[in-house]
Design a protein around this ligand. Structure first.
Ligand code: UT7
Length: 330
């Protein structure tokens, strides 16, 4: 048998899109709300501004807008989609899943739609589930959306958390394709997801339907999360690259979850990643949790940095703790 002719079923990224609320809140605006300064926020995090949703902008509306743009970019109609996964920790309602609301907005009545809840790692989890559904033949065309309105769950009197987060949504369209079994072929090559629930109380929301019957507010032991972030992210990226038999030098673009510039720089140092290979949108978006990776990915496609054929490594770490990495050729 001719090995070169062997074809494999891969999840290929056909399009991407994003949506941001109209209102921009700068660090100067933030310093009118809590006792903070532009200098502290920029030095400790790298964030300069974030978008904040108004009352009519929700996880559903932002997610739907990002999905529409991703479908347009892919040149596909909504009728092609047979699975919608929304990664979010800030759903419009406790139930039904925001994915079903997006499905209705897009006029899709077939296939399935569900939410994935892995906080800041949600988009990486969503890609991993979507890839498994495509590889097993259960889905042909999947919308993976990260959409968040964290501004709704922030304690606006707590300067240690409210300065960090923002709202927004990003989406990709994955489609099943038979491609030559080669690292040069497009599609998702490796997905790795992890969690360690012993740390569930380091980054959490202090409310929920089954306990307080309220939505609650975000709470975080920032230093504790920081300590684990670099170690966990570096180890899962190492695993993903080892499985694909590549090194950091082979990766064209690192598209990380955007939590803190110092975490990204620390990870880059640990793995020998060149800083000009890291897509960073943290300065203008802040931390948008599950939306941050697809927002950054879309920004780098739109500004012409990421091209078809580039090898891209996505990674994230968040509440749970959860973390993960996805290696894909665009
Ligand atoms: O997306 C999910 C994953 N999340 C993360 O990865 C976040 C990880 N953690 C972090 O990014 C950082 O820990 C933070 C940015 C949250 C905090 O930075 P830090 O360097 O760890 O600061 P710290 O919490 O140790 O606080 C240092 C000082 C404290 O003052 P004292 O006790 O030294 O007098 C804080 O009260 O900075 C003070 N501080 C602030 N000052 C001005 C904390 N927040 C602020 C603020 N403005 N907004």
């Amino acid at each position: 048998m001719n090995e070169a002719a062997k074809l494999v079923r891969r999840s290929v990224i056909k399009g991407s899109g994003s949506a941001l609320p109209a209102r921009i809140m700068t660090n100067a605006d933030m310093s009118k709300v809590v006792d903070t300064s532009d200098e502290w926020i920029v030095e400790r995090t790298g964030i300069k501004a974030r978008h904040i949703a108004n009352d009519s902008e929700t996880t559903r509306t932002l997610g739907t807008e990002a999905a529409r743009r991703a479908l347009k970019h892919a040149g596909l109609g909504a009728d092609a989609v047979d699975l919608i996964i929304v990664a979010t920790s800030t759903p419009d309602q406790t139930f039904p899943a925001t994915a079903t609301l997006v499905q209705a907005d897009l006029g899709i009545t077939r296939g399935a739609a569900f939410d994935v809840q892995a906080v800041c790692s949600g988009f990486v989890y969503g890609l991993s589930v979507a890839d498994a559904m495509i590889k097993s033949g259960q889905a042909q065309c999947v919308l993976v959306i990260g959409s968040e309105t964290f501004s709704r769950i922030l304690d606006w009197t707590d300067r240690t958390t409210c300065v960090l987060f923002g709202d927004g949504a990003g989406a990709v369209v994955l489609q099943a394709e038979m491609v030559p079994d080669s690292p040069a072929s497009p599609g998702i090559m490796v997905t790795r997801i992890r969690s360690d629930g012993r740390y569930h109380d380091k980054l959490y929301v202090d409310g929920g339907p089954s306990t307080t019957k309220t939505v609650g507010h975000l709470r975080m032991e920032g230093r504790e999360v920081f300590k684990h972030a670099v170690v966990n992210i570096a180890s899962v990226m190492d695993e993903a690259m080892a499985e694909a038999r590549i090194t950091a030098a082979d990766v064209d673009w690192f598209v990380p979850h955007q939590a803190n510039r110092r975490i990204l720089e620390g990870t880059a140092r640990k793995l020998g990643i060149r800083e000009d290979r890291i897509v960073m949108t943290l300065d203008r978006h802040g931390n948008t949790s599950a939306a941050s990776i697809p927002l950054a990915f879309d920004a780098a496609i739109q500004d012409g940095r990421i091209h078809k054929g580039d090898l891209v490594l996505f990674e994230a770490m968040g509440g749970g703790f959860t973390w993960g990495a996805v290696l894909a050729r665009y």
